[in-house]
Design a binder for this molecule. Structure first.
Ligand SMILES: C[S@@+](CC[C@H](N)C(=O)[O-])C[C@H]1O[C@@H](n2cnc3c(N)ncnc32)[C@H](O)[C@@H]1O
Length: 402
């Protein structure tokens, strides 16, 4: 075993499996920065994985992993570059090894975590706030790279936070682990040079910008409509504004307070018609189309249901309980017909069709042309330059803003 020279964790060993993971991330192009590669090789990822968990290999079959029953298989999944390891389901209400529930906490997929670490663009001496501690592995990497005294990580789930703190200590790191709502940031440790968000975000809390120094960088998975995620990097300026562009795709577990729930209330009063636009064009369309939709239909969540028999439904809904508008576009296999159902003050599918046309008229801009600015009045999506903001479609209930 060799010894690395991290700035504040000088004598961490390099573990063979962790070193192999660092090599794989480098060879596959996910991670280039030598200092981060060194951190991945030095932080023992297996110390952050529970004995029983649920592996979700990219392109493979999700399955339970059990260290006692199959130690080699468990290690293989824990150190696989493209495998997130689920460590909690349904906020802890369902045993994780069952795999039968909504994932609510994880040991992040290395390839995705690596992309965000590169985007974070840290410098020696930076302080960092991580939102969403989860397993604690990312906090371990940040502690290795920057020094544990410069890292604060906040986790909403007390049990997850306690386990992460234990794992970090076992690995030899002692960053500040806070149990609380990361949407509020952590003013006690402010100002920060970097904010690293590791749960999906729809509404970006201004508290994060306020708690940053000018010149700070905030990276986050932006999931404006609930399922299509975009890596966003924001730069904080001295006027208290954060602006930046989108960099790639990602899926993430949503921040607890920003989850959406679907239920088709008042179905008897819904309006129906035939449709022309195949809802799959929208659901599986270009990420640039998804960003334009997010700008034009702020606060509208999408849910895609792809059935084995070839039928497909795209649901659009506002998160306002029984007062919210909703729409369903159902594609019927065989006939190729599309059936539209809409309820509420807004006709959400009509709006989505208009957004699709708008995207085509703009020349089908891709994700790289979009960006977002956050100030104390909210978030504003733009195309090409921050001056070219995209106003939301008129909302009869006057509830605009991203
Ligand atoms: C994808 S996991 C994070 C993975 C982690 N960073 C790692 O290194 O393995 C997302 C975490 O965010 C947490 N979370 C959700 N909402 C939160 C909130 N409002 N504040 C802080 N943490 C939150 C979840 O409980 C979950 O543990």
């Amino acid at each position: 075993m060799t010894t690395t020279a991290g700035p504040h964790a000088a004598d961490k060993e390099v573990f063979p499996a962790a070193a192999a993971l660092a090599d794989a991330l480098r060879e596959q192009g996910h991670l280039r920065d030598p200092r981060w590669l060194q951190a991945v090789a030095a932080v023992p990822r297996h110390l952050f994985a529970p004995a029983q968990a649920w592996a979700q290999p990219a392109g493979g079959q999700p399955h339970a992993i059990d260290r006692a029953a199959d130690p080699a298989g468990w290690m293989r999944q824990v150190y696989a570059p493209a495998t997130p390891v689920i460590i909690q389901l349904d906020d802890g209400q369902t045993p994780v090894a069952s795999g039968d529930g909504v994932p609510t906490s994880s040991l992040s997929e290395p390839a995705i975590a690596a992309g965000f670490l590169e985007l974070l663009a840290v410098r020696d001496g930076n302080t960092v706030l991580e939102i969403g501690t989860g397993s604690g592995w990312t906090a371990g990497l940040l502690s290795h790279r920057l020094g544990e005294q410069r890292v604060t990580t906040i986790e909403v789930d007390a049990q997850v936070a306690a386990q992460a703190q234990h794992s970090l200590q076992t690995a030899g790191y002692h960053p500040a682990v806070i149990t609380g709502d990361g949407a509020l940031g952590w003013p006690t440790g402010a100002p920060y040079d970097r904010v690293h968000v590791t749960c999906g975000i729809t509404h970006i809390p201004y508290a994060w910008v306020r708690q940053c120094r000018p010149g700070a960088v905030i990276v986050l998975p932006w999931l404006p409509n609930g399922y299509a995620g975009h890596q966003l990097r924001l730069h904080v300026d001295s006027a208290g504004r954060a602006t930046g562009r989108f960099h790639g795709g990602c899926g993430y577990m949503m921040m607890r307070s920003q989850r959406s729930r679907w239920h088709a209330h008042h179905a008897d009063a819904a309006r129906t018609r035939d449709g022309a636009l195949d809802p799959r064009e929208l659901a599986y369309g270009d990420p640039g189309l998804h960003l334009l939709l997010a700008a034009l239909q702020p606060g509208v969540t999408q849910m895609a249901i792809d059935d084995a028999d070839g039928s497909f439904s795209l649901l659009l809904f506002e998160n306002r309980g029984d007062n919210g508008s909703w729409a369903a576009a159902d594609y019927l296999p065989g006939t190729g017909q599309v059936h539209i159902t809409q309820y509420g003050a807004r006709s959400l599918w009509d709006e989505a069709e208009a957004a699709f046309d708008d995207w085509a008229e703009r020349g089908m801009p891709d994700r790289g042309r979009f960006g977002l600015t956050v100030d104390d009045s909210g978030s504003h999506l733009w195309c090409d330059t921050p001056q070219q903001t995209i106003p939301p479609m008129p909302d009869p209930q006057n509830n605009g803003g991203v």
